[in-house]
Design a protein around this ligand. Structure first.
Ligand SMILES: Nc1nc2c(c(=O)[nH]1)N[C@H]1C(S)=C(S)[C@@H](COP(=O)(O)O)O[C@H]1N2
Ligand SMILES: [Mo]
Length: 206
């Protein structure tokens, strides 16, 4: 659970927020000054759409395989070649929208495998049909994370549109990493768009 909370906190910290930027640049009003002492430190952080490069270049983030680990009977190592042999879906006309509302990219076509089908193959260690309180973390090489619940993947419309993508607009993914988690049913698709995907972890809710 701690890991999940840490992951969520990281996602929130990394997710950009225009509102916060606006607040930071606006001329402070008496009201803002009065409430500023109650702000969470993260509220005053400089936030930007885009990714935090450390000067090492995008190449250092690229991962060639994705490990499916945790509470699964069959831990797996996914590669693009392995995904191509699975049930590949073609996705059309989607956008990557940052939490600020900014469009960070259009996806005309993409190819990917449903996250729930990958997890079905990995075989989550359920003791019985009531044992379904798990959370799933998609983690990238730069530490970026996105969390999903078992229920949303296996028992909600979100699960029908949460993929591991390996091809965009007819081309293999390169500098964004070979595999990306994307959750197209989200209102803002940026926050659960996990580039440089490294692991898919299944945790049991304690
Ligand atoms: N691994 C990783 N994936 C990430 C991020 C990141 O920092 N690291 N940033 C996210 C954010 S905030 C957005 S809006 C989208 C699009 O980011 P981009 O415009 O830099 O491609 O990717 C998301 N995926
Ligand atoms: Mo974002």
């Amino acid at each position: 659970m701690q890991l999940f909370l840490a992951g969520l906190a990281l996602s929130l910290a990394l997710a950009c927020n225009n509102t916060q930027q606006k607040q930071a640049t606006a001329t402070p009003t008496t009201e803002q000054e009065a409430t500023s002492e109650h702000q969470h430190p993260a509220d005053t952080m400089k936030t930007d759409c885009g990714v935090p490069f450390d000067g090492g270049g995008k190449e250092s983030y690229i991962s060639h395989e994705v490990k499916v680990v945790g509470e699964v009977e069959n831990p797996m190592t996914l590669t693009v070649d392995k995904l191509k042999k699975m049930n590949v879906h073609e996705i059309k006309n989607k956008q990557i929208i940052c939490s600020s509302g900014e469009n960070r990219g259009d996806i005309h076509t993409a190819k990917g495998v449903l996250l729930k089908e990958i997890l079905f193959d990995a075989d989550i260690k359920q003791k019985d049909h009531k044992d379904r309180n798990f959370f799933i973390v998609a983690r990238a090489t730069d530490g970026f994370t996105a969390g999903f619940s078992w229920a949303e993947l296996f028992n909600s419309p979100n699960g029908e549109q949460a993929y591991v993508i390996f091809e965009e607009n007819g081309k293999p993914l390169t500098e964004k990493g070979e595999m990306i988690v994307m959750s197209f049913n989200d209102t803002k698709t940026g926050p659960r768009h996990v580039m440089w995907l490294k692991t898919i972890e299944v945790h049991r809710i304690p």
